[in-house]
Design a protein around this ligand. Sequence first.
Ligand code: IPE
Ligand code: IPE
Ligand code: MG
Length: 249
Amino acid sequence: MSLFDKLDHNRLPVHIAIIMDGNGRWAKARGLERGEGHKEGVVAIKKVVEAASKASIQYLTLYAFSTENWSRPAEEVEGLMHLMVYAITRETTDLKRNGVRIMCIGDLDRLPEYVHTTLDECIRETAGGTRLTLVIALSYSSRWELAEATKKITGAVTRGILQEKDINEETIGNYLTTRDLPDPDLLIRTGGERRISNFLLWQCAYTEFYFTDTFWPDFGEKELYDAVLYYQGRERRYGKISEQIEFEQ
Ligand code: IPE
Ligand code: IPE
Ligand code: MG
């Protein structure tokens, strides 16, 4: 029985988010430059997007570049930007053909103009995709996002569009960059670290976490389905007790 057949297709995570970590160490272990790890990371992205689509996952969010990653050596940052543009340009036609819609979240104004242009083009081209929404978190950090949301909310209160008494959890969610997305059901982090590195702090309130030592370039279909199987073994209680959950099912 293949791993794919082992999945319970009635209990799939709707939204999977991934912290793709370990490209640099993957390269170092092979005596290669870090950039080679990032290149191989793009190959892994393609495999995982295909596997997610095959398993009818509706939303896949990939943490591609964090706000904190701007502090890396300029050469690495530039290499990552060029790689992104190259990969997106090359893949847009296939993504469109496969019904994949691209979205971006993050402080995109910080991106160089040529990256912006390429992303906008890809977002426009793939806007009609209905099979899988692929969200790329770029120049993203959760604290940045929450600070931005706070500014927008206070602005709306000042302008009288929003009353302070009406602010609730839903309001905050509506001012985040993820307003059109369901919260992730499953968060995967590759590369061995067990931390969240400023990713979707608000949205992961009840997300199941899966950590693996596998470096991102070695992550593919099998590894994704292993993570989904782990997820399917969890009982999501949302503060209740087990007996209540069983009763509700
Ligand atoms: C993740 O791999 C990719 C990005 C953060 C852009 P890393 O580059 O962090 O790889 P390691 O953690 O150094 O191995
Ligand atoms: C997290 O990886 C960010 C991305 C995968 C884009 P990092 O490698 O930057 O995280 P830290 O610095 O180890 O927490
Ligand atoms: Mg890392």
